[in-house]
Design a protein around this ligand. Structure first.
Ligand code: ZN
Length: 324
């Protein structure tokens, strides 16, 4: 079971700590960037239980993140100078298994940041699950996770009488999403269901729920966020297309534009002839009545360049669609 979970998590990029010297920075969003531990401090979570605060600093953006663990992990100093800016690192031997799993809460929690494109019901459940994890309330977190899967199945018109069937149905309904994410849900969902029925959550670990949440948020992102991003990019390209098409109208090249006009509509040469002589007089005329010159030039340029620019836009659109 653990092997499956851990091998999945490596693909999800949801970890903070890759190893003792490299992590995924939540601030600059750089993957595999070097970090240093600035400090470690302990406090009493309960009378019997201790908790430890670790502060990690990104070597790239220099921002500092905070990480909580119930384990007292040994540190060794990495810089030679003994002074106020002492830097530390975890020992390889101590955290060779899975360093990231040692921490149950981190600030910022950027990996779970939710886009507003995701339906409010699902977002609030994810936030609630995060809140439960924040305080290490694993029962509440796992119930939230079950409900996220339940609501997602409804919204995606997934069929099936139980969770397993619903997730398998989701997998078939959304073949565009990597099946690995649903397989992860299936694997953990079995545990969740069992635990709920047994009315006992003993043995649930924070890292399972974090993996579940990161799988779910990834699926939510692929369903609700990424398509919007593609639409925005398409709009940006269309806007760029307009700008490119609009540019020939503004630059002072009335002579070149005037020529095709003479060929197409020889009756109108009187209008372009005026701006050709005094450029300064032509500008205020455009401000007062911008509709006439813009329309004329746009039509002309569209006719002249529509083939190549449209092709460019089409190619760009195809490129944006391909990764989906
Ligand atoms: Zn950084």
């Amino acid at each position: 079971m653990m092997n499956i979970l851990m091998s999945d998590s490596s693909h999800l990029d949801s970890k903070y700590f890759i190893d003792t010297h490299v992590y995924n920075c939540p601030f600059c969003n750089r993957g595999n960037v070097a970090y240093d531990i600035l400090s470690k401090q302990g406090f009493h979570w309960t009378q019997e239980k201790e908790c430890y605060i670790y502060r990690a600093k990104c070597s790239s953006c220099k921002n500092i993140s905070m990480h909580l663990s119930y384990e007292s992990l040994e540190l060794h100093q990495t810089n030679a100078l003994m002074g106020s800016n002492e830097l530390y690192a975890f020992y390889d031997d101590e955290v060779k298994d899975d360093l990231d799993s040692k921490f149950f809460y981190s600030v910022p929690t950027s990996f779970f940041a939710l886009d507003k494109s995701i339906p409010a019901v699902l977002r609030s459940l994810v936030v609630e699950a995060q809140g439960c994890l924040k305080s290490n309330y694993l029962t509440g977190a796992s119930v939230c996770v079950r409900k996220i899967i339940y609501e997602l199945a409804i919204k995606q018109n997934a069929t099936g009488d139980n969770y397993d069937e619903r997730i398998k149905s989701l997998k078939s309904v959304r073949p565009d999403i990597e099946p690995e994410y649903f397989d992860t849900l299936l694997t953990i969902q079995k545990i969740t269901s069992d635990k709920v029925h047994e009315d006992s959550y003993d043995g649930w670990e924070n890292k399972h729920l974090r993996l579940l949440l990161s799988s779910l948020t990834e699926i939510l992102s692929l369903i609700y966020v990424i398509p919007n991003v593609l639409v925005k990019k398409r709009q940006e390209i269309l806007k760029l297309k307009e700008e490119i098409l609009g540019k020939p109208a503004k630059p002072t090249k009335p002579a070149k534009l005037a020529e095709p006009v003479k060929r197409e509509k020889p009756a109108e040469p009187a209008k372009p002839a005026k701006p050709a002589e005094p450029a300064k007089r032509a500008e205020p005329a455009k401000r007062e009545k911008p509709a006439k010159p813009e329309k004329n030039t746009e039509q002309k340029t569209t006719v002249a360049k529509s083939v190549s620019l449209d092709d460019l836009v089409r190619v760009s659109e195809v490129k944006f669609r391909q990764p989906k």
